[in-house]
Structures are given as C-alpha cells and as structure tokens.
Design a binder for this molecule. Structure first.
Ligand SMILES: NC(=O)c1ccc[n+]([C@@H]2O[C@H](COP(=O)([O-])OP(=O)(O)OC[C@H]3O[C@@H](n4cnc5c(N)ncnc54)[C@H](OP(=O)(O)O)[C@@H]3O)[C@@H](O)[C@H]2O)c1
Length: 263
C-alpha cells in the first residue's frame, strides 16, 4: 500500500526527491528503490527525522510498536501524520506517538493498489486546513477520497469500501458460475461477467441517473431482467446486504477496541 501511494504521488508529478520510504526488510527496500527510484531507509527514524508528512503504512497490529519507536523523532519534527492502518483509532495512535499531534486517519481499499481506490478520511482537531489538503492529495493519488466528520463512521467506511471489493467479487463469482451452469464456455462467462460489472459501474459513475433508476430502465415489465431481479428480491438480497454490512461494522469496532487496548 505504501508503494502504491508513493507510485501514485510520482505519477501525479511529485519529484522523486520529495518521497522517502523506510522498511526493515532488505528485499523490500531494494524492490521499492528499483520500482520507484526513491530513497528507502532501513530505519523508520531516518524518515521521521526528515518528513513533513509522515505516512504510517504498517499492519495495524504492528503500529503500536512502530509508533512507540518513532515517538521521540516525531515529537521533535512534529509532522502531519497520516495513518492508513485499518481499525487503529486516532486517540490510540496519538498516545503512542507521545500526544498533541495533527493526525489524519484514513481507510483506503485494495483498489488503491491499481489507482482506483475509494478512501474515507478523518482528521483530529489539530489538523489545519492546508494539512487536510495535503493528506487528501496523497490519498487522491490512488483514487477518490472523502472526509468524514465523525471517526465512528470510519467503521462504516471499512464495511462499505474497505470490504466492498469482496462483495462485488462474490457477485462476479456467483454470476459467472451460473452462466457456466447454463452452458456458457468458462472464458466467455468470465469476460462477459467482468465487462458487465465494469459497464454497470461506469454507467452509475457517470451519475446522470442514480442506480435505482438505471436498474428500472433495464427492467422491462414482464421481461427477463424483471424475472431475475424478482428472484433476488424474494431471496432477501437487501436484508442480506444490510446484515452483512452490520456484521462488518461490528467487527471493525471490535478491531478498534483490540488494537487500542493496553497501550
Ligand atoms: N492492502 C489493502 O487493501 C489495505 C486496505 C486498507 C488499509 N490497508 C492498511 O494499509 C496498511 C498496510 O497494508 P499492506 O496491505 O500494504 O501491508 P503489507 O504489504 O504487509 O505492507 C506493510 C509494509 O510495512 C513493512 N513493515 C513491517 N514492519 C515494519 C516496521 N517495523 N517498520 C517499517 N516498515 C515495516 C512491511 O515490511 P515486511 O514485508 O518486511 O514485513 C511491508 O513492506 C495496513 O495497516 C492495512 O490495514 C491495506
């Protein structure tokens, strides 16, 4: 994810000299240096001592130790901190870093890896307007980014766009399987499924009409689509998505409690 963010910034015109990374693993360092042409340090503190914007992109369970190891350098330099670690709450991260810092927490999703991410962002009260713009420009380098006005909503974003790609992959899997069961060649079923998903997303993103209206337009009374949609509605698709998102929100909240505990 860190490499994707750095790659997005370079594509957006950031000078290579303005982006520095750190990673304790020598192979990762070599890989990142070769792929991006930027300086990659072995010690996180080398970056923390230099960065005006410090992006934390380690796994959530590693963040407490990483933050504690950075606290002294961060308190000295006082950068804008941007965390992309899923589930870790601002007050916990701020405490681990020694307190009183401008921090933006964000939740990108896996499509950020190909520049089509959808991220939610939340800033603490110490983040000033130009810093909000800076954090936003970093996440916009890999997709769209929206601000939330309550950190509690980050769990909902986690359940929607964080986990969301998997919901659509599941629909693609099911649709492809059904087409094959009805006699289509697997390769044909795959191609038509993926292009249909892409085309539908593109039409919806154009935004001329909302999804419900787009659906109504392709659902002629007594037609094939109507039959299929009726089966999905009768099977409780809406209630299922409601329950699925609730379950993911609950889990995200549990992760937040777990990561912030004892620290
Ligand atoms: N991938 C996603 O779709 C996604 C979506 C939303 C949010 N996120 C968040 O983004 C963060 C990164 O996820 P990822 O998928 O990019 O994970 P990842 O591929 O495991 O990347 C984490 C990187 O941090 C490095 N690292 C480990 N310990 C470190 C330390 N002490 N100091 C500095 N670097 C260290 C790892 O190096 P080694 O390989 O050597 O361990 C690895 O290069 C996570 O917090 C995750 O919750 C990811």
């Amino acid at each position: 994810m860190a490499r994707s963010l750095a790659g997005g910034l370079l594509r957006n015109g950031w000078d290579q000299g303005r982006v520095i990374l750190s990673d304790p693993d020598a192979d990762q360092r070599r890989g990142a240096e070769q792929a991006l042409g930027v300086r990659v340090y072995a010690d996180n503190n080398e970056v923390a001592a230099r960065a005006d914007i410090l992006v934390l992109a380690v796994k959530p369970q590693a963040l407490k130790d990483v933050a504690a190891g950075l606290a002294a350098a961060v308190q000295k330099k006082r950068p804008l901190v941007l965390s992309i670690a899923a589930g870790v709450r601002l007050e916990d991260l701020e405490r681990w870093l020694g307190g009183d810092l401008p921090i933006v927490r964000s939740m990108p999703n896996t499509a950020a890896l190909i520049g089509s991410g959808a991220s939610g962002m939340f800033a603490n009260a110490r983040v000033r307007a130009p810093q909000r713009d800076q954090a936003e420009s970093i996440l916009r380098a890999v997709g769209v980014a929206v601000w939330l006005d309550d950190e509690y909503l980050m769990d909902v974003v986690t359940a929607l766009s964080g986990s969301g790609p998997a919901y659509f992959f599941l629909v693609m899997e099911a649709l492809e399987r059904a087409a094959i069961a009805n006699g289509l060649e697997p390769a044909t079923a795959r191609l038509l499924t993926l292009e249909t998903a892409f085309g539908a997303a593109k039409m919806a993103l154009e935004g001329r009409e909302e999804p419900a209206l787009l659906r109504a337009r392709v659902t002629s009374p007594g037609g094939t689509t109507e039959q299929a949609v009726q089966v999905l509605e009768q099977g409780g698709i809406r209630q299922l998505f409601d329950a699925a998102v609730r379950a993911a929100v609950t889990r995200a909240r549990e992760f937040g409690d777990m990561f912030g505990r004892n620290g």
